[in-house]
Design a binder for this molecule. Structure first.
Ligand SMILES: Nc1ncnc2c1ncn2[C@@H]1O[C@H](COP(=O)(O)OP(=O)(O)OP(=O)(O)O)[C@@H](O)[C@H]1O
Ligand SMILES: Nc1nc2c(c(=O)[nH]1)N=C(CO)CN2
Length: 162
């Protein structure tokens, strides 16, 4: 069995409904059980040019799941399928999106493939990932980076609990 931390983000469309449906679709995957869903945070869009307060804001959070049926690569493929089912388009780097599901951590594994890097290479500096992760797992650690609690204290992007 593997335990995975997945971050969700949505800033287009009916964000609440999209996130709720995505949680249900994750729970319905074969061999998957949801262990925890974090509180949801409202966050300003971070773009290539920095924080963009004119762009629609994001809902962000994390979900922890256990799977008896997926390798990390299979899990990422399942996340991409769910994103696609919610109309996710990849038009612009760090552009607006209906749904983003990132694989943040799987059992503390370190993987560096072209299609999959674990831990997620930017999670350690994103309060919009670290804060909800901390909420559901105060003892979490990112391999090579340290304790999520310490990383959260150093991350300065804005997160507002809903
Ligand atoms: N741990 C991971 N989680 C999600 N995608 C990953 C991961 N490692 C590598 N990738 C790859 O990154 C590519 C880009 O993913 P995506 O479009 O979701 O990026 P993004 O969400 O816009 O930006 P960021 O990666 O900074 O969160 C995907 O094709 C995916 O294969
Ligand atoms: N606030 C916020 N900004 C982002 C987010 C996100 O989830 N929340 N995701 C991005 C690429 O993954 C780029 N910018």
């Amino acid at each position: 069995m593997s335990r995975a931390v997945i971050a969700f983000g949505a800033n287009l469309g009916d964000r609440e409904t999209t996130v709720a449906e995505a949680m249900r679709e994750l729970a319905e995957l074969d061999g998957v059980e949801l262990v925890a869903i974090s509180p949801v945070y409202e966050t300003p869009a971070l773009t290539d040019a920095g924080v963009d307060r004119d762009a629609p804001g994001y809902l962000n959070g994390v979900v922890v799941l256990e799977t008896t049926a997926h390798t990390p690569h299979q899990l990422l493929a399942a996340l991409h399928d769910i994103e696609a089912a919610h109309g996710r388009q990849r038009l612009k780097h760090w552009g607006d999106r209906t749904l983003d599901l990132d694989l943040i951590d799987v059992d503390g594994l370190v993987i560096d493939d072209t299609g999959l890097q674990l831990p997620h290479p930017r999670a350690w500096q994103r309060a919009f990932v670290l804060q909800p992760w901390l909420d559901v797992d105060p003892d979490a650690v990112i391999p090579g980076r340290g304790r999520v609690a310490d990383l959260r204290a150093q991350a300065h992007d804005e997160v507002t609990r809903r």
